[in-house]
Ligand binder design. Structure first.
Ligand code: SF4
Length: 357
């Protein structure tokens, strides 16, 4: 497989060709809309290597590390390479971050938001279409561009092609001959690679999955950090056969058709698999996950979550109950966003894998 370029390399390439860079917070957002306005999204899911002190000063101690680390990053020198900040209303913590950025920190770059509906009714879709048009208006003012319907459609088509490849990868993990760490480095490159580059990389993945061994797990949560966690999981005799990660398969949106680009963008965003951050009913999510685990052959679910993630914690008790009824063991491990996986987390994961053997 080709080497995956780093975020830094990609940001430099984007700026060299005269496009704009948007720092985008998790999770769901209309990538194609940004692209149509000449803006390339580079997502921020922490990251672990940032000193959170600057972010800590703006939030309560029980705010998740993604918000505190991302805020630190955006008030530091790295923000100089960013032209715009997009904060979707994924959860109360990110809504708070959007307000802190706009009302207190007031960065040089414009800060735009996107509110998600919490249902799947026609009125929810109509609300999302209005939100997307409002966001498009703001992007037009910031960039001075108007891509028109044709420009939007073109951007949607290429982004949906890349999304389909991501869905194919996540949907059939066991057939791909990459280690867990390599595989999820590829999946996570969708966070910042332009669609064309992601498509090119995804098409080169070797299709020989015969080397996987150990206890097959489904990995759930927002984002697995640090990426060493995959090596540690392998070391204790397990591997990740499937995922329910917000940075992974929860963004396997379904391809759309039709002649109205805003309707397509809204339909796509509303087609994500069940996700606690958009208020999916827990029973629906549990059914979906049980079916997926049975189909993949996963023996247990490891929920590996950044500490203080409210939407994830809210689902957990009922999810555990439903999986328990279906005979599927679940282990929940919370982590601090740092450079190493804690010994305590490792011991619990090891004991869980032993129990499943
Ligand atoms: S980790 Fe959870 S609480 Fe934090 S930004 Fe993501 S969804 Fe929100």
């Amino acid at each position: 497989m080709m080497e995956i370029p780093s975020r830094k390399q990609i940001i430099e390439e984007i700026r060299d060709r005269g496009d704009r860079v948007a720092a985008v917070l998790p999770i769901h957002y209309p990538r194609a809309l940004l692209r149509a306005y000449g803006i390339c999204p580079v997502e921020i899911w922490g990251p672990p290597g940032v000193d959170p002190a600057a972010g800590n000063s703006h939030f309560q101690a029980y705010t998740c590390a993604i918000v505190r680390h991302a805020t630190s990053l955006l008030v530091g020198p790295a923000a100089q390479s960013v032209d715009l900040i997009l904060v979707p209303h994924t959860c109360d913590a990110l809504q708070g971050m959007g307000s802190v950025l706009r009302d207190f920190i007031e960065p040089e770059q414009p800060v735009v938001t996107l509110y998600h509906p919490r249902g799947r009714r026609d009125s929810d879709k109509a609300f999302l279409v209005r939100e997307l048009k409002r966001l498009a208006g703001e992007l037009g003012e910031i960039t001075g561009k108007n891509p028109g319907e044709a420009g939007l459609m073109k951007a949607i088509d290429i982004e949906e092609e890349a999304t389909q490849l991501l869905a194919d990868l996540c949907g059939d993990r066991k057939t791909f001959g990459l280690s867990d760490r390599e595989f999820y480095a590829l999946v996570r490159s969708r966070e910042y690679l332009p669609a064309e580059q992601f498509i090119e990389l995804a098409r080169t993945v070797p299709k020989d999955g015969s080397g996987h061994s150990g206890v097959a797990l489904m990995l759930s949560g927002i984002v697995p950090e640090p990426m060493d966690v995959f090596d540690r999981i392998n070391e204790v005799g397990a591997w990740v056969i499937d995922d329910d990660l917000a940075c992974g398969s929860r963004r396997a949106y379904i391809p759309t058709s039709g002649s109205d680009p805003f309707e397509r963008l809204a339909e796509s965003l509303l087609s994500m698999p069940p996700c606690p951050t958009v208020g999916s009913p827990i029973s629906e999510r549990a059914r979906y996950l049980c079916d997926r685990m049975k189909a993949s052959g996963a023996r247990g679910m490891l929920v590996y979550d950044v500490k203080f993630c409210e939407p994830e914690l809210f689902d957990l008790p009922l999810l555990r109950e439903e999986l328990d009824t279906a005979g599927i063991p679940l282990l929940h491990v919370e982590y601090e966003m740092g450079s190493a996986v804690s010994q305590q987390a490792l011991t619990r994961i090891e004991a869980f894998v032993e129990m499943l053997q």
